[in-house]
Design a protein around this ligand. Structure first.
Ligand SMILES: NC(=O)c1ccc[n+]([C@@H]2O[C@H](COP(=O)([O-])OP(=O)(O)OC[C@H]3O[C@@H](n4cnc5c(N)ncnc54)[C@H](OP(=O)(O)O)[C@@H]3O)[C@@H](O)[C@H]2O)c1
Length: 368
């Protein structure tokens, strides 16, 4: 019975399995009903070692390494390519290499018939690659058929998820779309795990803030335009009616990205309209019963001192968004605070949810 159940699961590989996001994938997939982690891959430095040895001294999840995972021998993402693609249907990519190299590696896997769901930014602006935040733009998955046709791929595919910095505030802006949000000014307060670090590996961050995160402000400003865009002539046309300006700050927090947002609307809503729109936000995924989907996607707090990073980042197992402190701005807008878990919703959990959606929509199957 157990084997029969396992047989049905999709065989999953994690590229970058030893890193911060890779560890999060392992932890979140431990008891996944559809996905079975069978391959762990990283750099040639980790390849050949048992997983527990490869991450010795740097495993930073709260739960211990799953028993089955400990003894798996780590493969090399590039060097063991042929062996890896024979054994998996789907890979989650969280490798830290040059953008050019990541692009090549991810395309190589997809062209070998593997579904690639990536955390990396390398392919976020590739024309035929959808960037998915499932609750907002699941319809962009139709680009996969265009991608497959164009590239001659039968089973392989390449889908990315957006940057962690925008996952807290964009859902709230989206929930308020009926009021035409036009100008958004956002300051993010980002955890050190977003840089793949802990306080042990980055002691300079204890009692500190750093007012610069390379490349982050551009991603925070531009990626929402693709996510909120529409498909036209087999391409995504970027959203034109919204302007975003971002400041991204690294703060002394282990996990959880907070955002302080100011937004101006074409039709300025009242406080009650905002509250109602957020509380009644209809999650398009609700009916799909995806294992990692939060029951309630956005939580509204009326308390002045919420959301708080430490108290609220794990809302809905780290897959939900929390927001609060709605205050009227002087001009035509509102200010608010939003929060999301950067390595769960913002990285591994978000990618798993994309893969679940792909599976539910019929884009994924076992290769044999
Ligand atoms: N942390 C976050 O919250 C977050 C959120 C969204 C997206 N991301 C993106 O996800 C990726 C991974 O982030 P991370 O924070 O997990 O980084 P990380 O902790 O530094 O881990 C990097 C991973 O990449 C592997 N790697 C490095 N060089 C490699 C090579 N030449 N060939 C194959 N594998 C190689 C490492 O393997 P070894 O251990 O063998 O070196 C490790 O498994 C990055 O592109 C990052 O931008 C991170």
């Amino acid at each position: 019975m157990k084997n029969k159940k396992l047989k049905k699961k999709l065989r999953v590989g994690i590229l970058g399995a030893t890193g911060m996001v890779g560890q999060r994938f392992i932890s979140l997939l431990e008891k996944h009903p559809w996905f079975d982690v069978v391959v762990l891959a990283a750099s040639s430095q980790s390849a050949g070692k048992k997983y527990e040895e490869a991450v010795r001294g740097r495993w930073c999840m709260k739960n211990s390494i799953p028993k089955k995972i400990k003894k798996i021998t780590v493969k090399a993402v590039e060097g063991d390519f042929n062996e890896i693609v024979k054994n998996v249907d789907l890979v989650f990519s969280a490798i830290d290499m040059s953008k050019k190299k990541i692009k090549e590696v991810e395309e190589h896997y997809a062209s070998a018939g593997i579904a690639v769901v990536s955390n990396n930014s390398a392919h976020r602006w590739t024309e035929d690659v959808p960037m998915i935040m499932p609750e907002i733009n699941e319809n962009h998955l139709s680009l996969v058929s265009i991608q497959r046709k164009k590239r001659g791929w039968k089973k392989g595919l390449l889908v990315v998820k957006p940057n962690c910095s925008l996952q807290s505030y964009l859902p709230v802006i989206y929930a308020l779309k009926q009021f035409n949000p036009q100008i958004v000014s956002v300051t993010t307060l980002q955890a050190i795990s977003g840089a793949g670090k802990t306080f042990e590996s980055w002691p300079e961050m204890v009692d500190n803030c750093i007012p610069f995160i390379g490349g982050e402000e551009e991603k925070t400003e531009k990626e929402p335009l693709k996510i909120l865009g529409i498909i036209k002539n087999k391409k995504i046309e970027l959203a034109k009616n919204i302007n975003i300006s971002a400041t991204c700050i690294r703060v002394s927090v282990s996990d959880g990205h907070m955002a302080s947002v100011s937004v101006k609307f074409k039709k300025k809503p009242t406080f009650l309209q905002i509250k109602k729109a957020i509380i009644n936000f209809k999650n398009s995924l609700a009916k799909l019963n995806l294992p990692s989907a939060p029951k309630k996607f956005i939580k509204y707090f009326s308390e002045n001192n919420r959301p708080q990073t430490k108290l609220d980042r794990d809302y809905e197992n780290g897959m939900g968004i929390t927001c609060g402190r709605f205050r009227e701005d002087k001009d035509s807008g509102w200010k608010f605070i939003a929060l999301s878990h950067n390595t769960i919703r913002g990285a591994a959990g978000g990618a798993i949810l994309v893969a679940e959606l792909l599976y539910k929509k019929g884009y994924l199957s076992r290769n044999f």
